[in-house]
Ligand binder design. Structure first.
Ligand code: FES
Ligand code: FES
Length: 158
């Protein structure tokens, strides 16, 4: 066991944990941030995607020891002052969530994409979103939502 300190959604948090425990478990069980979902636990579905120092990563594959002293953003940390981000609003407007299990990971991934590339082509969107599985097969609306967010003049602050 060791103590690990992580900046999560702009808040300094710490936990006592075995060093190889997945970040996903720490977020959900220790910090109560259950928006990030456990899908496969093996890096195959990306439902568990969070931003680590602004890079999208599978939190099920990330040991807590790897994020000690780093910054983590989860789905709960995207909106500010009760204002949804452009990506979040686009997922609502394009009706991109069915059961919603994949949605947090999709939104986090799309947010990272639009920050590094505010005007992605369709193929760039497909490349970025490709690792994400949607068991409801809602890919058409998910793609539409990312394109909708990208089309927004303010997509750069998505
Ligand atoms: S739960 Fe992490 S990739 Fe599936
Ligand atoms: S909306 Fe159900 S898994 Fe994607």
């Amino acid at each position: 066991m060791a103590r690990f300190a992580v900046n999560v959604n702009h808040e300094e948090l710490s936990t006592e944990s075995p060093p190889d425990r997945p970040l996903l478990d720490v977020l959900r069980e220790d910090f109560g941030l259950i928006g990030t979902k456990y899908g496969c636990g093996e890096g195959q579905c990306r439902a568990c995607t969070v931003l680590i120092d602004d890079q999208p990563r599978a939190s099920c594959l990330t040991p807590i020891s790897n994020v000690d002293g780093k910054s983590v953003t989860t789905i709960e940390g995207l909106a500010s002052d009760d204002q949804l981000t452009k990506v979040q609003q686009a997922f609502i407007d394009a009706d991109a969530a069915q059961c919603g299990y994949c949605t947090a990971g999709m939104i986090v991934e799309a947010t990272a994409l639009l920050k590094r590339n505010p005007e992605p082509s369709r193929s760039e969107i497909l490349d970025a979103m490709n690792p994400h599985l949607c068991r409801c097969c809602g890919y058409r609306n998910i793609l539409a939502s990312v394109e909708l967010a990208a089309a927004s003049s303010e997509a750069s602050d998505a």
